[in-house]
Design a binder for this molecule. Structure first.
Ligand SMILES: [Zn+2]
Length: 312
C-alpha cells in the first residue's frame, strides 16, 4: 500500500533578483510586507547564488509570477539589484527526505520529516497481522461488489468496521440504479446511520446491504455516525462519497483501485483539505488486483451496454 499523502511539486515560477551588497535583512522585510508567502512558508526567501560567474552573492524570491504586475515598483528600491528572472519552486513542503532533496534542487526549503509518511512509504506502517485484517475486510467489500453485480448493479462494494472491536458495522454495494445517490459508500454510511437508529433509505431488496447494531450495553457512548470507523471500498470514492465521509467523520479509508472520478488520490484530495472541518487518512492498494479486476469487468460491462447494434 502507499499512502495518499505524498506531495506534488507544482511548478510555480518566481522572479529573482540579487541584493548584492544591499542590506539583505531590510530587503527581506520589505518583500515580506509587499509579497507575503502566506501559503509558502516552507520556502527560504534567500539563497546563495548558484552561478559562480555571477557578480552577486545572493538570490532572493520577490513574488509569484502571477502576482508580478510591477514587482520592482516605486515602493521597492531596486537600485542595487540585478536583473529579475523566473525560477521554479516547490509549492508544498517536503515530507520525506527524498522529497526534500528533490525540492532543494529547485529552491531551499525548511524540512520537517513526516514520520508517518516515511514509515508508510517503507511499507512498515502496518504489521502482518494488521495487513491480514485489512485484506479480510476488503474481501468482504469485494464479495459485496460481486453480489451487486449479480443484480446488474455496478461492481463496487464497501464495508465499514470498528477497528477497536473488529466489528463489521455495515456492508454494501452500489445501488445507484435504485437511486442516483446510492453509491456503495453512500449506502454504507446510511447503513451505519441505521445501526444508530437513523438512516434514510430502505435496502430490503438488496439483501447484501446489511448493518449490525452497535452494542452500547458496556457503557460506551454512541459514536457520531462513522467517528473512529474504517471504510474499505473496492474503488476510490467520488466527490459525493468523499464529502459524505467528511461529514460522517470517518476515521480512515482504504480503497482498492483508482477511479478517474476519484476525489482522494486522483483529484482534489478531499480528505486532506485544510478548509474542511474533518480530515482523515487514506490508503490505497488493498487487494488491488481483485479490485482492478472488478473494475475492469465493470468497464467492460458498461461498454457493452453502451454499444449499439446497427443494421443497414
Ligand atoms: Zn460515489
Amino acid at each position: 500500500m502507499e499512502p495518499e499523502r505524498k506531495r506534488h511539486r507544482t511548478r510555480r515560477r518566481l522572479r529573482r533578483s540579487d541584493p548584492g551588497q544591499k542590506t539583505d535583512f531590510k530587503l527581506v522585510l520589505e518583500l515580506n510586507a509587499m509579497h507575503p508567502f502566506t501559503n509558502l512558508t516552507h520556502l527560504k526567501r534567500v539563497r546563495a547564488c548558484r552561478s559562480k560567474d555571477s557578480p552577486h552573492a545572493l538570490e532572493i524570491l520577490i513574488c509569484l509570477v502571477k502576482d508580478a504586475t510591477s514587482p520592482l515598483n516605486n515602493d521597492f528600491s531596486n537600485a542595487a539589484l540585478g536583473e529579475p528572472f523566473v525560477v521554479k519552486i516547490p509549492s508544498r513542503p517536503p515530507l520525506t527526505r527524498p522529497q526534500f532533496e528533490l525540492a532543494s534542487k529547485h529552491w531551499p526549503t525548511s524540512f520537517h520529516e513526516d514520520k508517518l509518511v516515511s514509515t508508510a512509504l517503507r511499507g512498515e506502517l502496518f504489521n502482518a497481522k494488521q495487513k491480514a485484517k485489512m485484506q479480510e475486510y476488503m474481501m468482504l467489500a469485494v464479495d459485496a461488489a460481486k453480489e451487486g453485480k449479480k443484480l446488474g448493479l455496478k461492481a463496487i462494494g464497501a464495508v465499514i468496521v470498528d477497528p477497536n472491536s473488529d466489528k463489521i458495522i455495515a456492508k454494501s454495494h452500489d445501488c445507484s440504479q435504485n437511486h442516483p445517490l446510492q453509491h456503495a459508500v453512500m449506502v454504507c454510511i446510511d447503513l451505519v446511520a441505521q445501526s444508530q437508529g437513523g438512516g434514510c433509505y430502505s435496502y430490503e431488496k438488496y439483501t447484501s446491504c446489511q448493518f449490525n447494531f452497535v452494542d452500547l450495553n458496556n457503557g460506551a457512548s454512541q459514536p457520531y455516525i462513522c467517528t473512529g470507523y474504517d471504510l474499505y471500498v473496492t474503488k476510490e470514492p467520488c466527490v459525493l462519497c468523499a464529502m459524505a465521509l467528511v461529514h460522517s467523520r470517518i476515521g480512515r479509508v482504504f480503497y482498492g483501485t483508482d477511479s478517474e472520478d476519484g476525489a482522494m488520490g486522483t483529484k482534489f484530495k478531499i480528505h486532506a483539505q485544510k478548509d474542511l472541518n474533518h480530515r482523515f487518512e487514506v490508503f490505497k492498494g488493498v487487494l488491488v488486483g481483485l479490485c482492478k479486476e472488478l473494475d475492469k469487468e465493470e468497464r467492460d460491462g458498461v461498454d457493452t451496454k453502451d454499444s449499439a447494434i446497427c443494421v443497414l
